[in-house]
Design a protein around this ligand. Structure first.
Ligand SMILES: [Zn+2]
Length: 343
């Protein structure tokens, strides 16, 4: 039996399950089951339990049980080897584990904390006064410098569809020392966010706020453009007009509800151009079968892995949306053209 690092499993639990909580007295984790989605009681009950001592998960709704590894395989669609590879980047030294953090604090397990707008003591790095204040009071200059440097390298501050603000927190227990990308709702309020690691030893690369995500970019949809472009991540969506991002590989029901209201727009999916990414292939296959319209990367772009890389290398602040429109196909057309198999 392979024993995976507990804090790795908890991290997956917190990113895959809606409304996760830690029940301190029982020492168990509890959330909505991402496998059965809890049916009619979705949003009301949490019936998936993770028992870390027993290395076992059980859902009282679908009555299924899993070993840790089988559950992670099922909810992430990753292979055993991929999972093991991820856990090796997991620090096992003296850094406090997420488990320790969760145990040492009660706030994290309450829903009030969960629904905070932004990570604790976030500052807007696009606001020079906040930056100045931060610099004059912190002993954590190098982390925020990394954050600003990252934004510059990725050209985020110049991107055509960037959010109004980017944030940084050096205090948040989970999201500290990461770039915070806000997900505004159509009313211009921050409803969710995703944070990105800035150092190679930070795990995971992307981490989303607990609770159900809305789409990144809901507030910047321009009604004169009859398309909405759906990306996996916000950093790519920032470079395309009417780009929105799931912050993951599938739509949450809140995101789907928003799209259902967007009448008169054609939806086009733009996935990464990552040839060696099985995860992307799986999403692409799923979308093709559902006959969704998908951007097919022309072979001139073979050397680029995503829209952000194209824009950084070609020094563009916008990837023209018409180019995406002209190179996108419905699932059946794409299959007929053999686009699916060209890698
Ligand atoms: Zn279930």
């Amino acid at each position: 039996v392979t024993v995976l690092p507990t804090d790795y499993i908890i991290q997956i639990f917190y990113t895959q399950c809606k409304r996760p909580v830690y029940k301190k007295h029982q020492g168990v984790y509890n959330g909505e089951c991402p496998v059965c989605k809890e049916g009619a009681s979705s949003g009301k009950k949490r019936r998936l339990f993770y028992f870390p001592q027993e290395h076992y998960l059980y859902c009282f709704n679908c009555s299924r049980s899993w070993s840790e590894i089988n559950w992670i395989k099922e909810v992430t669609n990753k292979s055993f080897t991929e999972i093991l590879k991820e856990t090796t980047s997991y620090s096992t030294n003296s850094n406090p584990s997420i488990l320790d953090i969760l145990e040492s604090t009660e706030v994290i397990s309450t829903e009030i904390k969960t629904y905070d707008t932004l990570p604790e003591n976030s500052i807007d790095i696009t606001d020079s006064q906040q930056l100045q204040y931060f610099y004059s009071t912190t002993n954590n200059k190098s982390s925020i410098d990394k954050c600003i440097e990252y934004c510059e390298q990725r050209k985020l501050l110049a991107a055509i569809n960037r959010p109004k603000a980017f944030y940084f927190s050096s205090d948040d227990r989970i999201h500290k020392n990461r770039l915070v990308i806000p997900f505004y709702s159509e009313n211009n309020t921050i409803e969710s966010y995703q944070t990105r690691a800035l150092l190679p030893d930070q795990y995971p690369k992307y981490l989303t706020k607990y609770g159900e995500k809305n789409l990144f970019g809901e507030n910047t949809i321009d009604s004169t453009i009859p398309y909405i472009f759906i990306f996996e991540g916000p950093i790519d969506a920032m470079f395309v007009r009417n780009g929105v991002a799931m912050g993951g590989t599938s739509l949450t029901s809140k995101q789907q509800t928003f799209l259902n209201k967007c009448l008169g727009y054609e939806i086009i999916y733009v996935l990464d151009n990552d040839k060696n990414n099985k995860e992307t292939d799986k999403i692409k296959n799923r979308l093709m079968k559902q006959n969704k319209r998908i951007f097919i990367w022309p072979k001139e772009f073979n050397k680029y892995k995503d829209i952000n890389e194209v824009c950084c290398q070609l020094n563009m602040t916008e990837f023209p949306y018409k180019y995406i429109v002209n190179n996108s196909f419905l699932g059946i057309e794409a299959i007929a053209k053999g686009c699916l198999h060209k890698n």
